[in-house]
Write a protein that binds this ligand. Sequence first.
Ligand SMILES: Cc1ncc(COP(=O)(O)O)c(C=O)c1O
Length: 396
Amino acid sequence: MTIYLDHAATTPLRPEALEAMLPLLTEDFGNPSSPHAYGRRARMALDEAHEVVAACLSAQPREIVFTSGGTEASNLAIKGAAWAGRAEGHRIVTSAVEHDATLHAVGHLAKFGFEVVELPVDRYGRVDPDELAAAIDERTILVSIQMANNEVGTVQPLAELIAGVRRVAGRRVLFHVDAVQAAPYLAIDTQALDADLISLGAHKFEGPKGSGVLWIRHGTALMAQTHGGGQERYRRAGTENVAGAVGLATALRLTCEERADTVKRLRRLRDRLRDAVSAVPGVEPTGHPRQRLPGHLSVIVRDADGPGIVVALDLEGIAASAGAACTTGSPEASHVLAAMGYPDEEARGALRFSLGRTTTEDEITRAVEVIPPILARLRVGSVALAADPLGQEVGV
Ligand SMILES: Cc1ncc(COP(=O)(O)O)c(C=O)c1O
């Protein structure tokens, strides 16, 4: 059985979520907008899903909008806030290490006259609160910064970032947080965090793919991006994915209940793996050493090719990633590592191991035996090949 160490890409659907979803895919298949018994049962399930998600976020049920995933949630947040705020300004501030769901959404808005500022990050991938505050001017209507990075696991100093914006802005500049990677591991308390919009994606916390949430602080002006029926309080038209919403709500509730234990266990397992992997000569951890997601280990293997290593690991029964799953196969080096100051030839050797709630002690015991020799072998092989491209007298 392959050991799955790619939970940042996606996670397995947890059995409790599947069980909660099944009736809504079978006998309780009604449309929540229908007034008859079938519709009412679907409506009840959907309303309850709003309540459960709201409770996990210390929010109100009406502040929850179900979407088709993290990407749609961030697109709705960013485009919806930008167009709703257009009369007040046109400047949007984000960072160079955001997920493409954010960067491509703001890139799209730039074609319509919005001014987009991409803030740089430090060597660990963190945005400086003073730099963010300095980027806010009277035309700024929106800031979008992630809670944690998918490629290098770095957690942003969000409370300071938001406080800085609130201090310098003369009016409320909307603050969107992409919490897609963070949600399985970091508490998200909308009372404590002075944000306006938060994106989540169910498949990162053992919910179903194709299901996400945008939390919208009550009173926030947002322009809908899909038009049709009045679903989700006119913020997202279209017959609701009731089973998806219920699966998300179930998985999120359990994630919140178990989070403290999961985090403690994963941190210990990740540290074991990190110590073994970083003992290989030429392997260097990336991202912040402490302010990082608990099950996340990202490294650069010098003089080696990340995608090649992923194939070699797969042959030995380890599923890992060379970076973000959605950009794998793209010939371009990671924009995240580039922003952190890694030259292309170093970024080429990027590798990510991401543990999840279902990762076991035995799996990590096996992983620490299997992974280091593979990294060492591939590294030495590529150094020798580079020194002797014709393959003569390689001797390794
Ligand atoms: C930080 C971050 N934001 C957004 C997304 C997109 O979420 P989804 O896959 O649910 O569309 C991802 C997915 O990898 C992510 O890691």
